[in-house]
Ligand binder design. Structure first.
Ligand code: ATP
Length: 230
């Protein structure tokens, strides 16, 4: 496990500045949630860490090393797993093949650990990934994100568009993961985020506007709600 420090990053798409002076940290072993309304810059923050949308200024450190200018390939190799919101599985391949490929890169997690975490996937191991439901595909991309030496998981809106029962399954799996992994999760579902996170940040218009430890923080907490402004 290893910690992440994002220090005053400014990230642009072309001429358009999306992140303004964003700083946050995820300590080794912590689960941190990034909340905020649509378009606030949550996905862009994850993309900056993953090297897909590198910041124009500021610094990102992981495990004590400056990773700001590294390629995505190099960042993933260092143990950062990125699970984007689009749930892209390798459709023609089976569930087992989707998992065996990244597992081949080594790391602590095994395909068996993935099946223990998501028993549904174990039952579906010979199914084509393209035939899975949205919830099953979400489980598969999370499981795949763990394999291949991941210590820090960047997770983008795992609950989006899923039925409540499936959201509960994903939540339970993430609670199980808490002890073994450092996680930075983007979520619109505040209840889910508070159920698993140790701390939260809220982004609005590309700036961090609120930060709190979760402890007894309630999803209806006025200070939190004011900043999320749902
Ligand atoms: P959502 O929940 O809708 O994904 P978000 O908080 O993750 O929202 P981002 O996806 O990071 O927000 O988007 C932040 C801003 O950047 C938005 O105004 C969005 O329109 C813009 N943006 C996102 N991706 C691109 C891109 N590839 N090119 C240009 N602008 C982009």
């Amino acid at each position: 496990m290893a910690g992440l420090t994002v220090d005053a990053i400014d990230t642009y798409y072309g001429q358009s500045q999306v992140l303004h002076d964003v700083s946050l940290n995820v300590d080794d072993g912590e689960v941190v949630a990034l909340l905020g309304r649509n378009g606030a810059g949550k996905t862009t923050t994850l993309r900056s860490v993953a090297g897909i949308a590198p910041p124009r200024s500021g610094r990102i450190q992981y495990d004590g090393d400056d990773i700001t200018k590294l390629s995505t390939f190099e960042i993933i190799r260092r143990g950062i797993g990125y699970v984007p919101e689009d749930r892209q599985v390798w459709e023609p391949l089976t569930v087992a093949e989707n998992l065996e490929m990244p597992a081949g890169r080594g790391g602590e997690w095994t395909v068996k650990d993935a099946y223990d975490l998501f028993p549904t996937l174990s039952d579906l191991r010979e199914a084509k990934a393209g035939d899975l439901s949205g919830g099953e595909q979400q489980m598969l991309v999370i499981a795949r994100g763990l394999l291949g030496g991941t210590d820090l998981l960047l997770l983008d809106e795992p609950s989006e568009g899923l039925a409540p029962q499936i959201v509960a399954d994903v939540r339970d799996a993430l609670v199980d993961l808490k002890d073994d992994l450092t996680i930075l999760i983007v979520e619109q579902n505040v209840k889910l985020a508070l159920a698993i996170a140790d701390r939260v940040y809220v982004l609005a218009n590309g700036r961090i506007v609120y930060e709190s430890v979760v402890d007894n923080l309630d999803a209806d907490d006025p200070a939190l709600r004011e900043h999320i402004a749902v």
